[in-house]
Design a protein around this ligand. Structure first.
Ligand SMILES: Cc1cc2nc3c(=O)[nH]c(=O)nc-3n(C[C@H](O)[C@H](O)[C@H](O)COP(=O)(O)O)c2cc1C
Length: 373
């Protein structure tokens, strides 16, 4: 089965192709009564859309969202919400040269073997264009999470190729085309990406997503752990090759005396757990980092095969992101929102009546961002 649906109670089904008529999604299970306007969604789509700077693909898409159903007088009704984004700037001719051959590192080879048919135009269903509906659905989820629980979800580009950009301030993230959290690093990133583009090459990235204000108790033990669902969703994002929760692989070299987050009546003293213990949220920021691979469509000629198995070379022309991590940043936020709303609704269904005498210590003394991970 080719699965295009994410979530159990807040279910998002994604449809469309890169160069088809339109892309979009249907959200089933959105709580009724949520005030929602197209602008709540558009603002997020505008952050992901292509062509916003010279450092991303130059495809020109307005990515205007149309809400087709599920709303009455500006509020959700509980009925399925259909969101449509029409494709406008498809240049399918760019892909004729690779229609009978496989781009190394792209999905061409595996799609062909699996389905026996492939839409080469813009990568078809494997295109990151299909992350736009994810962002649209994520905007609905984050609107509910913000209003219901005060959850704020933000992401930043923590590393671009070899250049690590440590967190400085959330204010800086919205100030630059890279979504990095230190505006003083922008010039260095620009020089690096300009050179990469000149060489026709690409690079990988690290993106960190943080959800603040997540209530304690979301998630389940064993298979439906919050961290497992986060990893599942984040690995569903194109080009992601690794997901870390909190200290992630850094935990390998930590000692127990360092990793375990100590608790005081006033709060946690660190957040190496990344806000999840036993698959359940601690109430601390939920922190997820993604390792993103370098874009496979590059101008540099590489060896491959054609559909008959003959040796060929492939150099991909057309418009591509030299580092997909840049535009992946808003998508990672959306995926965090989709997982959290699903778990918030599941928690409400099973455990809404539970109450314990213990204070929610994560609310007492929030850590400085630099100590959250
Ligand atoms: C926001 C975003 C933009 C992307 N843009 C491109 C692109 O321009 N060219 C390309 O070859 N891959 C791009 N990708 C990555 C491909 O979609 C992805 O590598 C491909 O579908 C193969 O899947 P996999 O890398 O997950 O195995 C992008 C990914 C993201 C998240």
């Amino acid at each position: 089965m080719s699965a295009s649906t994410l979530g159990s109670l807040f279910r998002v089904t994604n449809f469309g192709e890169s160069h088809g008529a339109a892309i979009g999604c249907v959200i089933d299970g959105c709580p009724p009564g949520l005030e929602l306007a197209a602008d709540d969604i558009q603002v997020e789509l505008d952050r992901r859309k292509p062509g916003t700077s010279r450092h991303v693909t130059q495809r020109r898409e307005s990515d205007s969202v149309e809400i087709l159903s599920g709303l009455y007088e500006g509020k959700t009704t509980g009925a399925p919400i259909a969101l449509l984004i029409r494709n406008q700037d498809a240049r399918s001719k760019d892909y004729e040269a690779i229609a009978d051959r496989f781009r190394p590192g792209h999905a061409d080879y595996t799609y062909w073997h699996k389905f026996g048919v492939r839409d080469p135009r813009g990568g078809g269903r494997a295109s990151a264009r299909l992350t736009a509906p994810t962002v649209a659905a994520g905007a609905v989820a984050r609107t509910w999470l913000k209003r219901q629980h005060g959850v704020v979800i933000r992401a930043y580009l923590a590393q671009l190729g070899p250049i690590a950009v440590p967190f400085r301030s959330w204010d800086d993230v919205h100030d630059n085309a890279f979504f990095c959290a230190d505006r003083t690093a922008v010039a260095k990133l620009e020089t690096f990406v300009d050179e990469l583009r000149r060489m026709g090459d690409s690079c990988g990235a690290r993106v960190t997503v943080v959800a603040d204000g997540v209530p304690v108790g979301l998630g389940s033990p064993i298979y439906d752990r919050l961290d497992a669902d986060l990893a599942h969703a984040m690995m569903g994002l194109n080009a992601v090759k690794g997901v870390e929760i909190g200290a992630g692989f850094g935990a390998v070299t930590q000692r127990g005396s360092e990793h375990s987050d100590e608790m005081t009546p006033d709060g946690f003293l660190s957040n190496h757990a990344g806000g999840v213990l036993g698959g359940i949220s601690t109430g601390q920021p939920v922190v997820v980092s993604l390792a993103i691979k370098p874009t496979s469509s590059i101008r540099i000629e590489r060896r491959s095969i054609d559909v008959s198995g003959n040796a060929v070379t492939v150099a991909t022309l057309g418009r591509h992101d030299p580092c997909v991590g840049i535009r992946a940043t808003p998508v990672a936020e959306a995926l965090m929102a989709l997982v959290l709303i699903d778990h918030a609704l599941l928690h409400r269904a099973q455990c809404a009546d539970v109450s314990v005498p213990t204070p929610d210590i994560a609310r007492r003394l929030p850590l400085e961002p630099s100590r959250q991970r």
